[in-house]
Design a protein around this ligand. Sequence first.
Ligand SMILES: NC(=O)c1ccc[n+]([C@@H]2O[C@H](COP(=O)([O-])OP(=O)(O)OC[C@H]3O[C@@H](n4cnc5c(N)ncnc54)[C@H](OP(=O)(O)O)[C@@H]3O)[C@@H](O)[C@H]2O)c1
Length: 263
Amino acid sequence: MDLHLSGKTAVVTGGSKGIGLAVVRTLLAEGMRVVTGSRSLTPELKETGALHVPVDLSTADGATTLVDQALAELGGIDLLVNNVGVGDTDDVAQGALLNVLDLPDSAWEHTFALHFYSALRVSRAALPSLVERRGTIVNVSSAGARVVSAGPADYNVSKAALNALTKVFAEQFGPSGVRAVTVSPGPVRTGVWTDPDGLIARIAREQGVPHEVLAERLLSSLSPSTGRLSTPEEVARLIAFVASPSNITGSEYLIDGGVVKSA
Ligand SMILES: NC(=O)c1ccc[n+]([C@@H]2O[C@H](COP(=O)([O-])OP(=O)(O)OC[C@H]3O[C@@H](n4cnc5c(N)ncnc54)[C@H](OP(=O)(O)O)[C@@H]3O)[C@@H](O)[C@H]2O)c1
């Protein structure tokens, strides 16, 4: 199936590993030119040949630097994938362990900076070019935005805000030809689940439980109908599909193996 992305340009936030890396690879395979921003350049990202911009996307400067460099390299932006998230701070882990009385403002602020403000700021910087090219924004959210009680409160609430932001982009820029779509993964087999320093491992350490035991327990409490994590490649394929020219806008696409049970 031709997704009609060939020859177009994309900016992906957080492309050094995990879902973002899979998105970079998938878009390159579709014939797009891709720029990605993250703090580190991993060997896996380097191998793709995508242009890497070293930025901290939890800051306002990081967002504008990424878009400025992407515009200089690509000449314009057809697709923006706001994927960056989770990161390696303890904020999201704290959000899973503490209730709202104990979760400090600093955790809420950093979690919102990385998951909500980065998408707002990168999109704002990219929108003039997206309007010119009648482009598309894909916001990578989380099924957690729908099952807010089942995970880190700060993270899930920031993702719910991101879902709402997609709707605002769709409404305000639809008349200018820009589409905005939310893709919401459930649990995905990335370092978040598997790295010895990833989110689940950190929570396990805090709880004094072996990493694999907590991962198994969490997955079973989320109870995906398929019984498994999604792969980053499966999420990347959905992102490429919604990025393909169509009349889809403002909508949310879940890829969660059936974690969300409501109709
Ligand atoms: N994995 C899951 O189960 C799951 C489930 C639902 C939703 N999601 C969402 O999917 C997205 C990707 O998650 P993932 O599992 O692929 O995470 P990941 O493997 O931890 O990758 C996160 C990416 O974001 C980058 N990043 C983190 N903090 C950054 C910062 N301050 N500035 C710039 N880049 C930064 C990382 O690169 P550097 O470390 O090099 O900066 C990396 O490229 C996130 O929005 C996450 O919320 C994931």
